[in-house]
Design a protein around this ligand. Structure first.
Ligand code: PMP
Length: 285
């Protein structure tokens, strides 16, 4: 079956779908994006993703390209047309097409919208979680506004590749204070030996993950203690458990950090429980 993308008002076969070479997303990475998990053909936590999208756009002074209601219809339609049961739907909004020049276009242009979707392999993801993943730490080298979900992801791409090159799955950024901020495409968490769950507080220096947000509600409901504070790689090496969160991985246990074994080297019981319980607290639409 061929894949279908939504591109600026049209549903197109992916092979024929294209954007203008003067799209500011292509020229300057001048745009934002969202990724939602799809489960049972439904979008997970869609309203929260849309709220974050609106915030990212506002911060960059890009107009909403269409009403929320219309975006809702388009994103669900792309999922439906691609017959996604389990997978991801991707939305990108850029400032639009204009002759290449750094300042915003003098005459306002319409923001450009692309939506794609793809299936994920559920059993493969479950198998990865059953083994747990390795992470490496890398120096924080991104701009100081990573709370904006910008498509400018070169440092993230390079960090992820560095992780893969060293046999790990994810890279955790360590800032100038020697503290872990987040992963290249996930939020970073540890669980202390006395059962407290720790993750970096929200600010300009991490992306406020939607999975992170929903997991906070999961933790509260399960009466597991949460500490929103930075932690160091050294604290993480000695943690009982560690994991990462993102829309595509939900709760993914971490069993190795910089080559050191976390806990007993197997996915921890609290991490696995959170992974299992997460969707009870998520919204489906
Ligand atoms: N941090 C970064 C840098 C990310 O790219 C992502 C994934 N988009 C996250 C955190 C997790 O966010 P979410 O739970 O909304 O997918």
């Amino acid at each position: 079956m061929s894949r279908i993308a939504y591109v600026n008002g049209q549903y197109r076969d992916l092979r024929d779908a294209s954007v203008n070479i003067e799209d500011r997303g292509y020229q300057f990475a001048d745009g934002v994006y969202e990724v939602c998990e799809v489960r049972g053909g439904k979008l997970v936590d869609f309203p929260r993703h849309m709220a974050r999208l609106e915030r990212s756009l506002r911060e960059l002074r890009i107009e909403m390209p269409m009403t929320l209601r219309a975006l809702d219809v388009v994103m669900h339609e792309v999922v439906r047309r691609n017959r996604i049961g389990y997978g991801l739907v991707y939305l990108q909004v850029t400032r639009g097409v204009a002759r290449r020049d750094h300042p915003f276009p003098l005459r306002p242009v319409k923001p450009a919208v692309v939506v794609t979707a793809r299936s994920l392999n559920f059993s493969k993801n479950q198998a990865t979680a059953a083994h747990g993943i390795g992470v490496i730490t890398v120096p924080e080298n991104r701009w100081p506004r990573v709370d904006i979900k910008s498509i400018s992801l070169l440092p993230n791409v390079l960090a992820k590749q560095q992780a893969r090159d060293s046999g790990a799955y994810e890279a955790w950024y360590v800032d100038g204070n020697g503290e872990v901020t987040e992963g290249s495409s996930s939020n970073a968490w540890i669980i202390t030996t006395d059962g407290r769950v720790v993750t970096h507080p929200i600010g300009h220096d991490i992306l406020a993950g939607i999975t992170r947000d929903v997991l906070k509600e999961t933790l509260a409901a399960l009466q597991i203690r949460l500490e929103e504070r930075p932690f160091t790689p050294e604290e993480a090496y000695g943690a009982a458990e560690a994991f990462v969160t993102s829309a595509s991985q939900i709760v993914m246990p971490v069993v190795r950090i910089d080559g050191r074994t976390v806990g007993n080297g197997k996915p921890g019981p609290i991490s696995m429980r959170l992974r299992e319980e997460f969707h009870r607290f998520a919204d489906f639409s």
